[in-house]
Every structure is written in structure tokens, then in C-alpha cells.
Design a protein. Structure first.
Length: 123
């Protein structure tokens, strides 16, 4: 029971990290779209880390749901699942949009931020 509360607290804390890190990633990628000095490997490593947190968050949520037999609002599942799909779509379109990949990831990261906020409000 105590472990469940800890996992729930971690899930809650990681939600904030996901939202804020996607806001930073989106802003950084948007800046990189316009300024070459903002481009580079650190941006992509940050985006990889930020998007990986979405999968960690989803795993924690599934763990909580299974261990406590919870039924969160349906839209909480929808937004979480959509975040995973958006990441896959961003990765899939990166080759086709090579000239605008920074803009693609800027919009994608800001969209993920919005989905995270919406999911937090419903969950």
C-alpha cells in the first residue's frame, strides 16, 4: 500500500516534469528553427530525454492502474495514449520534413505539453 502511494506521487511529479520539459524542448526547437546557434546535439538529446519521460509516465500510470484497480477518467487514457502516438508520428515524419525538422519538433513538443496539461486536469 505504501509503495502504491510512492508510485502515485512519482507519477504526479513526473507529470509536471513532462509538461515543463516539453515546454522547454518546444521553445528550444522553435528557436533552433530560426537561429542556427541554437541547433545541435544537445537539443536532440534533450528532446530524446523529454520524450522518454512520456513512456516512463505511461508505465507508471499503467502500474498504478493495475496495482490499485483504478478507473481514471476515459480522457486521461486518451491523452496519455495520444502522447505516445504523437511521439511515434514525430519520429516517423522526421525524414520527410528534414528542412523543417526543428519546427516539426517544436510544434510536436508544445502539443505534447498541452496534452500533458489536459491529462493532469482530468486525472
Amino acid at each position: 500500500m505504501i509503495l502504491g502511494l510512492v508510485v502515485r506521487d512519482v507519477h504526479h511529479a513526473v507529470a509536471f516534469v513532462v509538461v515543463f520539459s516539453n515546454a522547454i524542448a518546444g521553445s528550444w526547437a522553435l528557436t533552433a528553427h530560426y537561429r542556427e546557434t541554437a541547433r545541435g546535439r544537445p537539443l536532440w538529446w534533450f528532446i530524446i530525454g523529454t520524450q522518454s519521460l512520456v513512456y516512463v509516465q505511461a508505465g507508471l500510470g499503467v502500474g498504478i492502474q493495475q496495482s490499485e484497480d483504478l478507473e481514471p477518467p476515459d480522457f486521461h487514457y486518451l491523452y496519455g495514449f495520444t502522447m505516445v502516438i504523437v511521439i511515434a508520428m514525430l519520429y516517423g515524419y522526421r525524414q520527410q520534413m528534414e528542412q523543417q525538422k526543428h519546427l516539426l519538433y517544436a510544434v510536436g513538443s508544445l502539443f505534447l505539453m498541452g496534452l500533458g496539461i489536459r491529462s493532469m486536469l482530468l486525472g
